[in-house]
Design a protein around this ligand. Sequence first.
Ligand SMILES: NCc1[nH]cc(CCC(=O)O)c1CC(=O)O
Length: 310
Amino acid sequence: MASHLLRIATRKSPLALWQAEHVAARLRAAHPGLQVELVGMTTRGDKLLDAPLAKVGGKGLFVKELEQGMLEGRADIAVHSMKDVPVEFPEGLHLAAILEREDPRDALISHRYRNFAELPDNARIGTSSLRRQCQIKSRLPGCTLYDLRGNINTRLARLDAGEFDAIVLAAAGLKRLGFQERIAETLTPEHSLPAIGQGAIGVECRSTDARTNALLEPLHHPPTAWCVLAERAMNRRLDGGCQVPIAGFAQLDGDTLRLRGLVGNPDGSGIIRAEASAHPSAFEALGEQVAEQLLGQGADEILRRIYAAP
Ligand SMILES: NCc1[nH]cc(CCC(=O)O)c1CC(=O)O
């Protein structure tokens, strides 16, 4: 292919830069001669690092500025953690590729304890999501949870400074940044059901930009996409954002796509679980089915109460 410049809009956190560089390297490998450049941007989510995520509100906290950059022609694609990508895309933009998933699980990091079972009843645990908070509290009701925002390096530094007995982060981000050896225990999906899209990288671009869409095609990983799109279909039906204790995790086993969903109260009470399986081509219907099962067991009550809270 003739030399051509492709600009990647990215946040400037170490993980965002790693992921953008990863997509750049994949694109260069797939298209020799293609010039790829990163365009660093700051999002509202980056500026509000002191406020608890659950209180900042607004969907697309980490993506809106990148999307604006593409719509204004300052960049051609944006690289996101699928976990941070809202259900709906703005007019003119779409998800062009979902890359093969890295480890989707949550990870426990601690200096003093080798695994979750060793944590004392009154452990001090740092974590930033209501989803993790809910599942941790259900197992360890006496623990105290602390809001832990900021990029991965910042969070690890706060653990190292002795603020907490343990913290819980996504294994994918730790592995990508070379912190794998800091993981004390990788939590099973039964223990901590992952966030919708966790571990997967998505690439967004202008819907009508045929050339860029074609360049991204070799990066798309259909098995990961079936999983992530099933999780996202569940989330859409539940009308969930990243500020609610919702978990969703799909796995492909041969020709069977299995989706597990969870909704609970932030204090760990009233956890509702549902799961179903289907052929991977039915990912959308599978997501809606699991959402309906959750709603039928009272998930709507929980979510309404959380959205109504000040
Ligand atoms: N919300 C921040 C965020 N977005 C994506 C990841 C991890 C990497 C991934 O899920 O792909 C993280 C950090 C974390 O939750 O520990």
